[in-house]
Design a protein around this ligand. Structure first.
Ligand SMILES: Cc1cc2nc3c(=O)[nH]c(=O)nc-3n(C[C@H](O)[C@H](O)[C@H](O)COP(=O)(O)OP(=O)(O)OC[C@H]3O[C@@H](n4cnc5c(N)ncnc54)[C@H](O)[C@@H]3O)c2cc1C
Length: 393
């Protein structure tokens, strides 16, 4: 396996082995069954087990359900989750996004109330940023909150998040005022999802987990629903998104799907494509761990993370394209171009590889969009390079 430019400590390697053992041995059947369901069901058992060990939020302080470790350990667990095929949206949304936002900007009361339950997978959150007319251009969002008495009144609509029916709260970006730019005057709120005035619908799509469409119709929020300073959410949102954009999950998916593919007897042309992609994996991991390292040192990782997200998510698409080219093996057609090994891995009497690989086809396209599209990631990288060039000139 590829070694990043820095070495992991023996404790970190032990953590990796322990997480691997839990996910690949003890949670394997739960994970396969969750992935076989359409739409995916949440792998409750797996998340509970990860939570019991403090592995959903290893870098959070122990008083909030973490282990007081660093972001490197957190990324190690995230990498192992992706390599073992854990549907990661619950961790990305609840811990990496909503939880990290509370950790950075929440009040002591908000942290004590929510973080331990998030780290134990007892409370799930969704991230409510995108809207029908505002995705890449998030500063143009229309959802707004107005002060009412000592609280707030929220109206608007959000789309493309996943898991709202299972989640208790959403962390919602809304306009609370105007400023010099469209990024000023935005605020974050903790919004309960199952109260009067909140309507949750589903959007069918290519994603294996159904997308939500949520409408807020004059929802009354208490004063302590506000997270961080009023009107100053933009920087916080971007700071927190850098964790998702390091590409740890994306790299893990690419590696896992490619590993699964090599278990099949492939035609010669596909074998050479597999080798080409295997050669690209180390670059993906290098970019990913470079971004993690910058974050762990407290340095600005925005451009490094954007570059890592772009390369690793695009690599997952290239792996999925290869899966598609030999798909007859997984869709049970007669004209088989790849052959399943005789000793196929099975759960409940059925082979497991098919479900994993067909998942690659439905999941990969979304990875180049979720958390920021490839075009927007490249725009972030080029803006950073341009600034650097100006500084040198
Ligand atoms: C699997 C998945 C999970 C998601 N989960 C969440 C979630 O939990 N919460 C949430 O809030 N959102 C979520 N999203 C939404 C995601 O963040 C948005 O889809 C994404 O930001 C793009 O926004 P959009 O769909 O409105 O596309 P648009 O912004 O309309 O973009 C359309 C196309 O135009 C390109 N484009 C747009 N602007 C520019 C520009 N300035 N320069 C160059 N090209 C440009 C884009 O790259 C893209 O190709 C999820 C999406 C997916 C696929």
């Amino acid at each position: 396996m590829f070694t990043p430019p820095f070495t992991f400590t023996p404790e970190q390697e032990r953590l990796r082995q322990d997480v691997r053992e839990l996910l690949r041995v003890q949670c394997r059947e739960d994970l396969v069954r969750a992935r076989r369901a359409r739409p995916w069901r949440h792998p409750d058992l797996t998340y509970r087990r990860l939570g019991e060990h403090g592995w959903l939020a290893p870098d959070w302080p122990t008083e909030y359900g973490g282990l007081g470790l660093s972001i490197v350990e957190s990324a190690i667990v995230a990498e192992e989750m992706a390599l073992a095929g854990v549907p990661d949206s619950a961790r990305v949304n609840t811990v990496d996004n909503a939880g990290s936002t509370l950790l950075v900007a929440g009040t002591d009361e908000q942290k004590a109330r929510f973080l331990p339950a998030m780290a134990a997978a007892e409370r799930l959150f969704v991230v409510l940023y995108s809207e029908p007319e505002a995705g890449s251009d998030l500063g143009g969002l229309a959802t707004h909150a107005e002060r009412e008495g000592d609280g707030w009144r929220l109206s608007g609509e959000k789309i493309w998040n996943v898991g709202a029916n299972k989640a208790e709260y959403g962390i919602c970006l809304a306009r609370t005022g105007e400023g010099k730019s469209k990024y000023a005057g935005l605020s974050l709120f903790l919004v309960p999802l199952h109260v009067d005035g909140v309507r949750i619908g589903e959007i069918p799509g290519f994603n294996p987990e159904a997308f939500d469409h949520i409408v807020f119709d004059d929802v009354r929020l208490p004063a302590d629903a506000l997270v961080g300073a009023e009107g100053e959410a933009w920087q916080l949102v971007n700071e927190v998104l850098a964790v998702e954009r390091t590409g740890v999950y994306f790299y893990g998916h690419a590696q896992r799907w490619l590993d699964l593919l090599t278990r099949f007897e492939l035609p010669a042309r596909a074998v050479s494509d597999v080798r080409g992609l295997q050669a690209d994996l180390p670059a993906a991991r290098l970019l990913t761990w470079h971004a993690v390292e910058l974050l762990s040192r407290g340095e600005d990782a925005a451009a490094a993370a954007a570059g890592a997200k772009w390369w690793t998510s695009e690599l997952t698409s290239r792996v999925a394209a290869l899966v598609w080219s030999v798909r007859e093996a997984f869709t049970g057609r007669e004209q088989v171009v790849a052959r399943r090994p005789a000793a196929a891995d099975r759960v409940d009497g059925l082979p497991t590889d098919d479900v994993e690989l067909t998942t690659a086809l439905s999941e990969a396209p979304g990875l180049t969009v979720a958390g920021g599209t490839s075009e927007m990631m490249l725009a972030t990288v080029s803006a950073a390079l341009f600034d650097e060039a100006l500084e040198v000139a």
